[in-house]
Design a protein around this ligand. Structure first.
Ligand code: AMP
Length: 218
């Protein structure tokens, strides 16, 4: 199965994509994670991308196309994938359509996970990550000390620079201007599933699963 997840930053795309990835046994392809990994490895792409990510800006399309194409063409994606964080503007959506037709990929399930701005800021400013295993936590629901509850590494819990309130606000402006227009694009060109991202993780998973079931039974 093939999925595209989009929605405002902090809506829970990564969390839900990871759950679907386990359910369907297909890889979770997060372009944000790929860029962060490239920065950790100090590649040219990673260093360039990080300077923009820190400011809440988008990385140029040509850099994104290359990594996305290489990933989707790789062996690990041959039975499906969940794309999270790409496309992020209309040009990327058009390029993705080209990639899909070149790879004979059809029946892609497109999901917009939506949430209002106040809740996004509340969630994102409380989000914490583990540098070692990549796990995501939230101070609103998880009690954290210096050790990661998932992998037990010490001192690896941190707040992403772009989860600081000032940068979150910039990311939201960028989302509205560039990414939100994808809603209309996919409503016109495909079938778009819109999911309310407000609520507990399990509730949202349930909403997503029942929408997918309805769509695949049609
Ligand atoms: P995310 O982890 O999806 O919130 O992405 C974090 C940051 O990575 C974004 O704010 C952008 O700076 C960059 N990024 C991720 N995916 C893309 C993309 N498809 N196009 C441009 N920039 C991206």
């Amino acid at each position: 199965m093939y999925f595209i997840f989009f929605g405002p930053p902090g809506v829970g795309k990564g969390t839900q994509a990871k759950i679907l990835s386990r359910k369907y046994q297909i890889p979770h392809i997060s372009t944000g994670d790929m860029l962060r990994e490239a920065f950790t490895n100090k590649t040219e792409l990673g260093v360039k991308a990080n300077a923009l990510m820190e400011k809440g800006l988008l990385v140029p399309d040509d850099l994104m196309f290359k990594i996305v194409y290489e990933t989707l063409a790789s062996d690990k994606c041959k039975n499906g994938f969940i794309l999270d964080g790409f496309p992020r503007n209309i040009e990327q959506a058009e390029e993705l359509d080209n990639i899909f037709s070149e790879m004979n990929i059809t029946n892609v399930i497109i999901i917009l996970l939506d949430l209002d701005e106040t809740e996004i800021i509340r969630r994102l400013s409380n989000r914490r990550n583990c540098k070692s295993c990549g796990a995501l936590f939230n101070l609103l629901s998880d009690s954290l000390n210096s050790k990661c509850p998932k992998c037990n590494s010490d001192g690896t819990i941190y707040q992403r620079d772009d989860d600081k309130e000032e940068v979150i606000r910039k990311r939201l402006v960028v989302y509205k201007e560039f990414t939100f227009p994808l809603k209309k694009y996919y409503q016109q060109n495909s079938h778009l599933i819109i999911i309310d991202g407000f609520g507990e993780i399990d509730e949202i998973t349930e909403r997503i699963s029942s929408s997918i079931e309805k769509l695949t039974k049609r």
